[in-house]
Design a protein around this ligand. Structure first.
Ligand code: FDA
Length: 399
């Protein structure tokens, strides 16, 4: 396409990520002229890095309960109209081999590039034009119908539908910006305050001094915060805590909140310690604990409580206190690693301003918001991509 002069097209999609490409494919299939612009030099960078390079592209158990939003029902319509099975069918049509890893999470057997190639092939087949390295400098709502959109290099499009698919703020290094929120503000649309989610916690220097040496240790844990709980792996890091259970709970965590961690949901540490005291009073407390926890973790917990005496010389009260740190460890992270490493952004374009069926802004005909830029955030496990596919597909039927 010639980049000079005003080009009249039907649909301009901003953001060549998961949601934007899905929307473009669907609109293209309906015969609409579609251009997708992205400021990055490559499309779908987040798909590339997702799922450790294998893209956890959906979850077979996807349901509205897997999403966080000020309006919990908003995602229902799109998730019903374009389901996980619909996306699996698409993947199957492209002969991409996949497997279920755990908890319904579906991954490519080979590489996330297969999902990107699939979307780009579909774009080709639907005559979608993708313009990379393209930054938008100006968007104007026309009096009659549609929008005039200008790029930094002076290219101009006039389109009847403008689709904002710029994603959230996580991982600025690979192109995340707040541009979608800026567009919402421009058109008087509320944005629910954002925060980094699916993100590791960091500790203050004191706690870090105690736990830093545990870096690399992982356990199966239950983590609770604000009446939510997740049971999955937990990983000690140099800076604090990570692992699936921690990433999940981070989406419900606000600055200053404490979390409770059960480091061994299968065992009651006090029962174990009490029984061991009766059986063999000479053994060290950490030796007993190491039956149910990794050795270094057992040593750290015993040392924190100053329990270096044989268990027989340790009172039940002290054992009970120590057991609390195994089954109900209460701690307050000093923060998260932030958008630098967060997988997603909680908050975003207020769903009250959008149609849940089409994603169109109620008060700005022709303007659509899809994917992560919207205040709909999935749990860890393929739900965020499913939201991108479902919301993108829904808008793609009408733009
Ligand atoms: P997405 O971020 O994919 O795309 C937005 C696009 O807009 C980008 O191409 C960007 O360059 C472009 N853009 C931004 N600002 C712009 C501007 N000013 N002008 C033009 N273009 C602009 N989810 C999941 O379900 N399974 C998984 O395995 C993973 N794994 C994972 C790993 C990591 C490391 C991260 C960071 C995230 C995940 N996710 C995930 C989350 C998932 O990647 C995310 O929710 C979706 O990619 C969101 O899709 P969108 O299309 O909405 O935004």
């Amino acid at each position: 396409m010639d980049l000079t002069g005003l080009k009249k097209i039907d649909v301009l999609v901003i953001g060549a990520g998961a949601a934007g490409l899905m929307c473009a494919i669907e609109a293209g299939k309906r015969g609409r002229t579609v251009v997708v612009v992205d400021h990055s030099t490559k499309p779908a960078e987040k798909i590339r890095i997702s799922g450790g390079g294998r893209c956890n592209f959906t979850n077979i158990h996807t349901s509205p309960e897997n999403f966080i939003s000020e309006n919990k029902r908003f995602c229902v319509s799109a998730l019903k109209r374009y389901t996980q099975q619909d996306f699996i069918d698409l993947v199957n049509r492209h002969n991409i081999a996949w497997h279920e890893k755990t908890l319904g999470q579906l991954f490519c057997d080979e590489s996330s590039f297969q999902i990107i190639d699939m979307l780009l092939d579909e774009c080709d087949a639907a005559d979608v034009t993708i313009k990379l390295n393209t930054e938008i400098s100006n968007i104007i709502k026309r009096d009659d119908d549609g929008f005039d959109v200008t790029t930094r290099t002076g290219a101009q499009w006039t389109c009847s539908s403008l689709v904002v698919a710029c994603g959230g703020l996580s991982i600025p290094k690979i192109g995340a910006t707040g541009f979608g929120y800026q567009i919402a503000h421009q058109f008087g649309i509320n944005v629910i305050p954002t925060r980094a989610a699916l993100v590791p916690f960091v500790f203050d220097p004191d706690l870090r001094a105690r736990t830093g040496e545990l870096s690399g240790i992982s356990v199966d844990a239950i983590v609770q915060c604000n009446k939510k709980q997740f049971r999955e792996g937990l990983l000690f890091t140099h800076r604090g805590l990570s692992g699936p259970s921690i990433l999940q709970i981070s989406s419900y965590w606000n600055e200053g909140d404490s979390i409770t961690v059960n480091l061994n949901p299968e065992e009651d540490a006090f029962d174990l310690l009490k029984a061991a005291k009766g059986e063999n009073p000479k053994q060290a407390v950490h030796t007993v604990l190491s039956r149910i926890l990794p050795n270094r973790l057992a040593q750290m917990i015993a040392a924190t409580h100053g329990l270096d005496r044989p268990i027989g010389e340790t009172g039940d009260k002290a054992l009970r206190k120590l057991a609390m740190d195994v089954n109900q460890w209460a701690l307050t992270p000093s923060g998260t690693e932030g958008y630098r490493t967060a997988e997603v952004t909680v908050g975003g374009v207020d769903t009250n301003a959008l149609s849940s069926k089409t994603m169109e802004a109620r008060d700005v005909p022709g303007l659509y918001f899809i994917g992560e830029v919207v205040d709909v955030t999935g749990h860890l496990g393929g739900f965020n991509f499913q939201w991108a596919w479902s919301s993108g597909w829904s808008a793609g039927q009408v733009v």
